[in-house]
Design a protein around this ligand. Structure first.
Ligand code: ACO
Length: 320
């Protein structure tokens, strides 16, 4: 028995911001952003928080699956930008959906978060703990973005994606996850620092900081490496994979991964041109687009792969 995706959904906030509009805030231009990243626009949350966009994506995934919220055993939300330290974003989503039977908790693995959460669901189903789950990736990075730093602010966007999983014969076949905490400072964001009454200093809030070139080097090496490991351990060849649904950070990273795996670029769907890097949301957002466009047929082999802060990385092989 394994866990199978039986429904997908996604949501992005209404406010769309183009490269041109960003160039009025920081010293940048459309040409630089497009050629270095492949991004043309992104959506930015102005009136809804992480749990609200997560719940909207989840609602759409439930609708697609035909499974009522009351049948969900567990809700997992991969996010780096919850609104509160507690309760978790997952508990807020549970309340919004009325999924009263479900256990609910968040998972923190930055842009790899959805792949990590999928793996947790896979393990729950394999162990016979739960049968039906909602796995969500949702982030509002715009609230931890330094809008005066052109090195980061042009890259990110807000959004949410969700998948309903159910115990089945067909579905997730294998997964590989990894982390390297020694590279924790390459991409990081301080949460509220300790400024208690004994410390004589005010608490600070942080913005995201990133060594872009280090992240780039890490991604182009680690992503193909972990996909190769995933496929070798599963006895599946690269050319048997219908699509590689990769974290949408930079189109040049996708090009490089495709080359290293010797696979045609057509197998690597892209939507970062319209959404930017939506962190934990990017993989389920893209998966939902592929699903709704009718690109996925029953039995298609897909690889989902993410990488991000931690540093973390992970890949999942599944049959649709
Ligand atoms: N507009 C115009 N110029 C810019 C901008 C901008 N937005 N940002 C940087 N520049 C300038 C720099 O100041 C530099 O100028 P200089 O040569 O005069 O010093 C020049 O452009 C080149 O800068 P680099 O940082 O060397 O540019 P690079 O080609 O490395 O591209 C980028 C930067 C796009 C960030 C790239 O390194 C990258 O994509 N890295 C991966 C980032 C990533 O994927 N992050 C997220 C992954 S994990 C997660 O999703 C949370």
């Amino acid at each position: 028995m394994t866990a199978r995706i039986v429904g997908t959904g996604s949501y992005v906030p209404e406010q769309m911001v183009t490269n041109e509009e960003l160039s009025q805030i920081v010293e940048t231009n459309d040409e630089w952003i497009q050629t270095r990243t492949g991004i043309r626009s992104r959506h930015i949350a102005t009136d809804r928080g992480t749990s609200e966009i997560a719940a909207e994506a989840a609602r759409r995934a439930l609708e697609d699956s035909g499974i009522p919220a009351e049948e969900i055993d567990v809700i997992l939300v991969a996010t780096s930008t919850p609104e509160k330290h507690f309760p978790s974003c997952a508990c807020e989503v549970q309340a919004e959906l009325g999924a009263s039977r479900a256990a609910a908790f968040d998972i923190s693995a930055a842009c790899s978060g959805f792949v990590f959460a999928l793996n947790v669901m896979y393990a729950f189903v394999k162990a016979g703990v739960y049968r039906t789950g909602l796995v969500i990736g949702a982030d509002v990075l715009s609230k931890i973005t330094d809008w005066s730093d052109r090195g980061t602010c042009v890259l990110f966007g807000d959004g949410a994606g969700a998948a309903v999983l159910r115990a089945d014969e067909l579905g997730i076949r294998h997964s590989v996850l990894g982390a390297d905490g020694s590279k924790k400072d390459v991409l990081s964001c301080l949460s509220r620092s300790n400024g208690n009454v004994w410390m004589n200093k005010a608490p600070e809030m942080g913005y995201m900081t990133m060594d872009g070139q280090e992240v780039f080097k890490f991604a182009v090496k680690k992503v193909p490496e972990c996909i190769r490991q995933l496929l070798q351990e599963s006895g599946v060849r690269e050319d048997e994979i219908r699509y590689f649904i990769l974290h949408q950070a930079n189109v040049r990273i996708l090009d490089s991964v495709a080359k290293r795996l010797k696979q045609p670029l057509e197998k690597f769907p892209v939507n970062m041109d319209r959404y930017g890097n939506t962190s934990g949301a990017s993989i389920p957002l893209l998966l939902d687009e592929c699903n709704r466009k009718g690109m996925l047929q029953k039995g298609d082999k897909l690889v989902l792969a993410g990488f991000g802060a931690g540093l973390t990385w992970g890949a999942v092989l599944l049959e649709w």
